[in-house]
Design a protein around this ligand. Structure first.
Ligand SMILES: Nc1ncnc2c1ncn2[C@@H]1O[C@H](COP(=O)(O)OP(=O)(O)OP(=O)(O)O)[C@@H](O)[C@H]1O
Length: 267
C-alpha cells in the first residue's frame, strides 16, 4: 500500500493550520478472528485531526470489527494502535473513552425518559459539596449541555426536554454533541443518518462539519457514497478484512470508490 500523504499539502483546507500531516491515529496491521472467521487480516488505517475520515466497504468487509477494535469493544489479536503519538490498548469501551475516543452507535444509547441534559451527563454526573453532603450540580450540567449544543450549532428544544420528544435528527445531533463534549480526540459515527430524511440528514451533516472544524477527528462509517463524497476529507476502503485503498476525497469519485470496494479496480 502506498503512503499517499507524501503528496498531501501541509495546510488543512478546513482548519487553515499545519495540522494536515498530523496523525491523531495510526492503526497498523490489525488482526482479529472469531473462531475460524478472519474478520481483520492485518488492516491498517490512519486519521488526522480536524478531518473526516470515511471508512467504507461492502457488507462483511470488516468495518465494524475495525471500529470495535478502536473503541475498546474488541481486543485485536495483534497489531498496534497509536493514538496521539502513544501506543494504546483498550481493555474496555470506557478505557477508549477516557483516552478520547467516543463512539456514536446506530442505537444512539439515549434514555428516552430523561432530558437532553441528563442524557449528556449519564454516568458522568457533576456533583458539588463533599462527603455525605455531595449533591448533583444540575445548574452546571444544564448550562454545560446548552453550551455544547450551541457550539455545535445543534438546534434542539430546551435541554430540559425529554429525549422522547425529539425528532430522529435531533436525537442524532444530541448523541453527537454528547460524544464531542468530553474533550474527545476522535468521534466514531456508525451510519449517523441512515434512518433520517433529507432535511434532517442535512442538519446532522452540518453538526458533523462543525465538529470537524473544531479540530476533532471524525471516523464516518457510511454506505452512502453521496454522503462520503460530501462530507469526508479522506477515505479508507476495506475489502475482505483488509484496508485495500486510501484516497483524498477530492481526488476520487463515487465510481472509483465502488470499483475499489468490489475489487473491479486495484488500489
Ligand atoms: N462477533 C463475531 N463473531 C463471529 N463473526 C463475526 C463477529 N463479528 C464480525 N464477524 C464476521 O467478521 C466479518 C466482518 O464483519 P464486520 O461486521 O466487521 O463487517 P462490516 O464491514 O462492518 O459489515 P456491515 O457493513 O455488514 O456491517 C464478517 O464475516 C462477519 O460475519
Amino acid at each position: 500500500m502506498t503512503d499517499k500523504y507524501n503528496s498531501v499539502p501541509d495546510v488543512s483546507p478546513h482548519t487553515g493550520t499545519t495540522q494536515a500531516r498530523d496523525f491523531i491515529l495510526r492503526a497498523t496491521d490489525i488482526k482479529k478472528s472469531f473462531g475460524g472467521v478472519h474478520a481483520l487480516k492485518g488492516a491498517s488505517m490512519t486519521m488526522r485531526r480536524g478531518e473526516i475520515t470515511a471508512l467504507i466497504g461492502d457488507n462483511g468487509a470488516g468495518k465494524s470489527t475495525m471500529v470495535r477494535c478502536l473503541s475498546g469493544i474488541h481486543r485485536p489479536d495483534s497489531g498496534s494502535i497509536v493514538l496521539d503519538g502513544e501506543d494504546v490498548t483498550f481493555e474496555s469501551p470506557n478505557a477508549a473513552r477516557e483516552r478520547g475516543i467516543e463512539t456514536v452507535h446506530q442505537t444512539l444509547a439515549l434514555v428516552e425518559d430523561l432530558s437532553v441534559w441528563q442524557n449528556f451527563f449519564l454516568g458522568r454526573e457533576k456533583t458539588h459539596g463533599f462527603g455525605p453532603f455531595r449533591t448533583l450540580d444540575r445548574k452546571v450540567m444544564k448550562a454545560t449541555a446548552g453550551e455544547l449544543l450551541k457550539n455545535l450549532a445543534v438546534n434542539v428544544p430546551p435541554v430540559t426536554s425529554k429525549v422522547r420528544r425529539l425528532s430522529g435528527g435531533q436525537r442524532q445531533a444530541v448523541a453527537i454533541a454528547r460524544a464531542a463534549g468530553w474533550g474527545s480526540k476522535i468521534v466514531i459515527m456508525d451510519e449517523p443518518t441512515a434512518a433520517l430524511g433529507v432535511q434532517e440528514t442535512a442538519r446532522v451533516e452540518g453538526v458533523i462539519n462543525t465538529l470537524r472544524d473544531s479540530g476533532v477527528a471524525v471516523l464516518l462509517i457510511s454506505h452512502n457514497f453521496d454522503q462520503v463524497m460530501r462530507l469526508s476529507d479522506h477515505v479508507w476502503v476495506m475489502r475482505a478484512g483488509m484496508a485495500v485503498a486510501e484516497r483524498r476525497t477530492e481526488e476520487t469519485s463515487g465510481d472509483e470508490l465502488v470499483a475499489l470496494i468490489t475489487g473491479a479496480k486495484a488500489a
